[in-house]
Design a protein around this ligand. Sequence first.
Ligand code: ARG
Length: 482
Amino acid sequence: MSGKALWSGRFEGGMDEGTLRFTSSLDVDGRMAFYDIMGSLAHVRMLKARKIIPEEDADAITGGLRKLAASLKGGTFEMDYSLEDIHTNIEVKLTELIGPAGGKLHTGRSRNDQVATDFKMYLRDAALNTVDAVDRLIASLQDVAKDHRETVLPGFTHMQHAQPITLAQHMLAHAFRLGRDADRFMDAVERMNKCPLGSAALAGTTYPIDRKMTADLLGFKDPTENSMDTVGSRDYVTELAFDASMVAISLSSLCEELVLWNSQEFGFVTMDDRYSTGSSIMPQKKNPDICELTRGKTGSVIGALMTMLVTTKSLPLAYNRDLQEDKKPVMDSLETVRDCANIMAKVVATMKINDSNMLEATRKGFINATDLADYLVTKGVPFREAHGIVGEAVRYCEANHLVLDDLTLEQFKGYSPLIEEDVFNAMSVKTCVERRDSYGGTSPASTDVQLALSLQDLFDRETAVRQKDMLFQNCWDVLLNQ
Ligand code: ARG
């Protein structure tokens, strides 16, 4: 199969098969077929409105493109791999359908602005889908938080027992972090909200085009400001690759914890059978593979970011073919984090919380030592001194295989005569947690505030995503039917 090019006038012979295979991007940009048709429908509408091509040709092109959109939707659209990319495929198919008038579609544009427009439209949808998935996971975390306002477990620093916390506090920590990750996508979608179409090859065009019109038709806020910047820059791709990496990092941290919590050593959670896998040799095993795979996929997602950074480094303005390499890694990375967040939403929603094991674990590691020191402070002891007194008590307990709660009042008085019977209540993990009622703290009262904020944040973002989806749907409806 030798390449047949649409623009073969300048060439004497056909393209070598190897050249076609090497330069073809159809495997990847075929995924943008729908957006390519939408871009062309907007372009031809504008060409007609500005009388750049005759009305009847414009109408024939519109009719042909709509047929192609229908065949794409119906699954009957067949890619021709002798053509190097999706843009060429659509143009050739159009011309087959409607005759030479199809050749007028490419008036006043180039594949350089075309590909940038297609990719932006593809990416903003992919970004919003990823936000949806992340939001689903956030909702699962919020549900666990709602049900576990008073479930106490050890909080860790340096992976050592630090202070008791509630499960609500822990789940909401992940929810807020992921919320920022989702917001980052929303910010990026806003920043890339300018339409490349009409920048043409690099310098604009001599035709009296209306870029504001095509921008509106395709759901962009404005046209891009500079044609060379437009066809030569891919910072929005890199930015989304970074945003995806941040989601992957957040997921990896959640997954790491769940793998630990699901272990025999912790026993804090039990993964649901539907989201666990067995071992081919060890009959007793039930593995948290989904968490491990999600953690593992962080590598390829960060890889896509590195690919973008390195591929675009030192590229001279404006378009260079290097830029064709921008699609696959980032398309894949967005899909990966979306899949990971979607399945993790289910893992979190279905995992069994073993609250008695969590509570039992708080008996280890002198987790209430800070509270004993705080207790002494309430009795008038300077904190530094209290710190020393409790340190001695901890040392004694450790040597005798005791926990602080095991000491008698007599023994406590040996450390400080100010200690009274109320010390036992002050040191109970329930009290420890309830008393941390500072803003953002772990007390049930504080996490109630947090949960309300997190729910509002989720609601606002879901509303913003829905509005954007509706705007785009409306654009497609106009282009396809009106
Ligand atoms: N397949 C190309 C890409 O993805 C389309 C643009 C081709 N432009 C060109 N001047 N060869 O970048």
